[in-house]
Structure formats: structure tokens, C-alpha cells
Ligand binder design. Structure first.
Ligand code: AMP
Length: 213
């Protein structure tokens, strides 16, 4: 099973990708998480990526592609994956199609978690992430059991720098300019499916499992 999750930042595709990963036993690969782990560990890649991420801009394709190709080569990707936050540009999507094709392979589905911009801005203000393990929450829609602390590891929750209001607006502009064209790209490939991302987390997941059945 090889799936791409599409949708604006804050549409909930990360949450859905984690749920797909748990149900179907394929790794959840988030380029954003990999970049954040690199920043946390002070790597050279992290240092380069941070400059773009803090401004709400995309990390350049060469860096992102090198990183993801490396990840695909790991053993746990043999039976597939659910991609969250990659591809984000047409160049990335074409590179992914080509690398799969070279191995006689292809994606099974691209799932667009559709949410209007107004809802996105409201949602992003409530997002919190664990400073320790990266677990994500929302103060209204997906609150932790104990306010301010991660359910998974007990770490402290904070607002990511790129979830601050000005950065969110920039990220939405970047999304419309660079990532939304992927909807047409995957429609053209015949594998695009859309779910209504304004619904409750579990309802969205039920719609996705129906698509994957
Ligand atoms: P995310 O957690 O997916 O919202 O990603 C956070 C940030 O990481 C984005 O705003 C970009 O700066 C960077 N990023 C993540 N994935 C990609 C990608 N596929 N291409 C370029 N930049 C990315």
C-alpha cells in the first residue's frame, strides 16, 4: 500500500496518516517530522531546512528529495508507506512517480483531505506539539488528557513556530501556489480521491478506510 496524503497545512492529514499507519501496518513518513528531528538533533540538514521552515517557505526540492529517497531505502518501506507532507511540488511528485516507475511500481492512491482556508486558520491557532516526541494535539478538536502535556510521553506541549498566525498565512499562500497543483496532477494519474476534512477525526478516517477497502 503506497499512499500520498494531500491537503492544506492543518487539514488534519498528519492525524489521518498516523491512523492509516496504525491500521494497515505501513510506516507513516512525514518530511516535516524528519526535518524537525534534524533540527532538534542539530544536523547540517536541519540547519539548512530551518531557515525555510521558520518563514513558512518550502525546503528546496534537492534537499527534500535526497532525504525522502534515503528514507524509502529503509527496510520498513518494503510493503509501502503513507506519505504526509510529501510531495509538495510538481517536481517532487514527478520525481516520486519516476523513482517508483523505475522499479515497476506506482502509488495506489492520493487522498485529498479537503478543508477551506477559513477553517484552517481557526484550526492552526489551536495546534500544539510535544517538544519531546512530536505528538500533535488540538486544544478543541483533539485535546490531550492533561492540558499542556503529551499523552504519549508526558512531554510539554508548545505552539510550533510555523503555526504562528503570520507564518500560517504564508504557508497557505505557498500551499495554493505550489502544492494545490498536485490535485490536478494526481487527478490526471487517475488516483485522486477526496474526503471532507471538516468532519470529525473519526468520520474522516471512516471515509478513508472505505476508500481503501
Ligand atoms: P509539515 O509538518 O508537513 O507542515 O511541514 C513543515 C514545514 O517543513 C513546511 O512548511 C516546509 O517548510 C517543510 N517541508 C515539509 N515537507 C516538505 C516538502 N515535501 N517539501 C518542501 N518543504 C517541506
Amino acid at each position: 500500500m503506497k499512499i500520498v496524503m494531500l491537503g492544506a497545512p492543518g487539514a488534519g492529514k498528519g492525524t489521518q496518516a498516523k491512523m492509516i499507519s496504525a491500521k494497515y501496518g505501513v510506516p507513516h513518513i512525514s518530511t516535516g517530522d524528519i526535518f524537525r528531528a534534524n533540527i532538534k538533533n542539530g544536523t547540517e540538514l536541519g540547519e539548512k531546512a530551518k531557515k525555510y521552515m521558520d518563514q513558512g517557505l518550502l525546503v528546496p526540492d534537492e534537499l527534500t528529495l535526497a532525504l525522502i529517497m534515503d528514507r524509502f531505502a529503509q527496510d520498513d518501506c518494503k510493503n509501502g508507506y503513507v506519505l504526509d507532507g510529501f510531495p509538495r511540488t510538481i517536481a517532487q511528485a514527478e520525481a516520486l512517480t519516476k523513482s517508483l516507475k523505475d522499479n515497476g511500481d506506482a502509488l495506489d492512491m492520493a487522498i485529498d483531505v479537503d478543508v477551506p482556508d477559513e477553517n484552517i486558520i481557526e484550526r492552526m491557532g489551536g495546534r500544539r506539539a510535544c517538544v519531546n516526541c512530536g505528538g500533535t494535539y488540538h486544544i478543541l478538536f483533539n485535546p490531550p488528557h492533561r492540558a499542556g502535556f503529551c499523552d504519549l510521553c508526558g512531554g510539554e506541549l508548545s505552539i510550533r513556530k510555523d503555526d504562528l498566525p503570520e507564518t500560517v498565512k504564508k504557508r497557505l499562500t505557498v500551499y495554493h501556489e505550489q502544492t494545490q497543483p498536485l490535485i490536478d496532477y494526481y487527478t490526471g494519474e487517475g488516483i485522486l480521491r477526496t474526503v471532507d476534512g471538516t468532519k470529525d477525526v473519526n468520520e474522516v478516517f471512516a471515509a478513508i478506510t472505505e476508500l481503501l477497502a
